[in-house]
Design a protein around this ligand. Structure first.
Ligand SMILES: *Cc1c(COP(=O)(O)O)cnc(C)c1O
Length: 457
């Protein structure tokens, strides 16, 4: 078989600004060893996130010129609405400025004290919006999803046994919503199988609990279903996507992921009175229901991106390019989460740096080392991001210590990825020299964004 090539040509480029290791040492110190505080022009390869960082197509840019900026009833909205209705089969579509704005609206309605929102794994903004409403967010990922080094085809699945037991214990009346994240971002970009979605839906129906999908990476998830699940190899991606949303009562979406847009999101659902409640909240913070928090041109870019993302040659390239990086690292003995996720490769930081105690944040130390060595920006997903303190001030670690290398869509070429692998392997060879970090300043919530650290003595 031939090399799977990037299924696009490049029409417009952005420069990468090179710097030296000595310069990066200073930059890292000035940024307090926090990648979020580094200026992006000081980064050579930016793998901080795949959110809003996609390259738009010439068609999307053409759509932007056609955006109609009318306050009410813009044709751009009707194009956006019809596209989402056609793809998902969900009739009621509400634009928002990002995924989290959709979450804020949804959980203002479904959340509240004494309630539980159940998920495979909640994304951090989803959890934050649930907790802000007073409800509790519960992750019920399957057993395979808890072991990063052991491969399995659908590690994003929800444990349906745990789901039934939880409903039994707390009572369906205290569980207003189940939400499945596809693919499971915080769980390593791992897919959810159609069979699992079907089983979760059945349990929800039996208990009259609505099922929503956090649909940020719906197309990547559909591709994994086509590749890995029996009975789906001959189905088209739009068919798989239609079936997937067919089990849902609604969805939240960040268009910054699988819609190739730089901003945007939406809510979609079946229930008219729920949609009316959502629109009432939307008007207060986002805008009139035919634009949400978006410009007409954004609605056009999203509508076009949602169609482009289901193209099979794109999805084949996308998933293969992540696996390509993962395989290179595995061959060199670097500990990575297996199998590769849909949008990112995750390094297992506590295995990479076993000499650094969790209290010195091995994931953050590894992210700093990757920047220093090769100007690569990544993000810690471990005890810096999710750790809490007990009453004695001792760190309660996260379940996993990971460093995520998220690959922006249609942005980097194979030689960029080769370079990334080379740098990681170099750092791995010198891993004994890497030192831990100590926090010098931190915020009470979502501390990873603004935390300051220094090398541990
Ligand atoms: C990015 C993301 C969100 C939030 O979307 P924003 O557009 O960043 O607000 C929610 N869920 C998942 C799974 C995500 O990846």
């Amino acid at each position: 078989m031939h090399t799977i090539i990037e299924p696009f040509r490049i029409k417009s480029v952005e420069p990468i600004y090179f710097n030296t290791k000595e310069e990066r040492k200073n930059i890292l110190e000035t940024a307090f060893y926090n990648p979020f505080l580094i200026h992006s022009t000081d980064v050579l390869i930016d793998l901080l996130t795949d959110s809003g960082t996609s390259a738009m197509s010439s068609n999307q840019w053409a759509g932007i010129m056609q955006g109609d900026e009318s306050y009410a009833g813009s044709p751009s909205f009707f194009r956006f609405e019809k596209t989402i209705q056609d793809i998902t089969g969900l009739p009621l579509v509400i634009p928002t400025h990002q995924g989290r704005a959709a979450e804020k609206i949804l959980f203002s309605i479904f959340g509240g004290r004494g309630k539980y929102i159940l998920s495979n794994t909640l994304f951090d903004t989803t959890r934050a919006n649930i907790e802000f409403s007073g409800a509790e967010g519960i992750d019920l990922v399957c057993e395979e999803g808890k072991h990063p080094g052991i491969p399995a085809p659908f590690k994003g699945n929800m444990d349906t046994g745990l789901l039934e037991a939880f409903i039994q214990e707390k009572g369906a009346e205290n569980i207003p919503l189940v939400i499945l994240t596809v693919t499971n971002n915080s769980g390593g970009g791992q897919p959810v199988s159609m069979q699992n979605i079907r089983e979760v839906k059945k349990i929800c129906v039996e208990n009259t609990i609505p099922l929503f999908i956090d649909a940020c990476r719906f197309a990547e998830n559909a591709w994994f279903i086509k590749l890995r699940e029996a009975g789906y190899a001959d189905k088209t991606i739009p068919e798989i996507v239609k079936e997937l949303f067919g089990y849902a009562d609604g969805c939240t979406m960040s268009a910054k992921k699988d819609a190739f847009a730089n901003i945007g999101g939406f809510l979609a659902m079946r229930n008219e009175s729920l949609a009316q409640q959502c629109r009432n909240l939307l008007i207060m913070t986002e805008g009139f229901p035919t634009y949400g928090g978006l410009a007409g041109r954004d609605l056009e870019a999203i509508a076009i991106g949602l169609i482009e993302v289901m193209d099979e040659s794109y999805l084949q390239y996308r998933i293969r390019s992540i696996e390509y990086l993962s395989n290179k690292l595995v061959d060199a003995g670097v500990p990575v989460m297996l199998p590769a996720g849909g949008h990112a490769v995750y390094l297992i930081a506590d295995e990479f740096l076993p000499h650094i105690p969790i209290e010195q944040y091995p994931g953050q130390a590894l992210a700093a080392a990757l920047y220093l060595e090769g100007g690569i920006r990544s993000v810690e997903i471990g005890s810096l991001m999710f750790g809490k303190y007990d009453t004695a001030g001792k760190l309660i670690p996260a379940q996993l210590e990971l460093v995520r290398l998220a690959i922006p869509r249609r942005v980097y070429t194979q030689s960029h990825i080769d370079y990334v692998a080379e740098v990681i392997i170099e750092v791995y060879k010198k891993r004994d020299q890497i030192k831990g970090l100590t926090i010098t300043e931190e915020a009470p919530a979502l501390r990873h964004f603004t935390v300051k650290l220094k090398p541990h003595n």
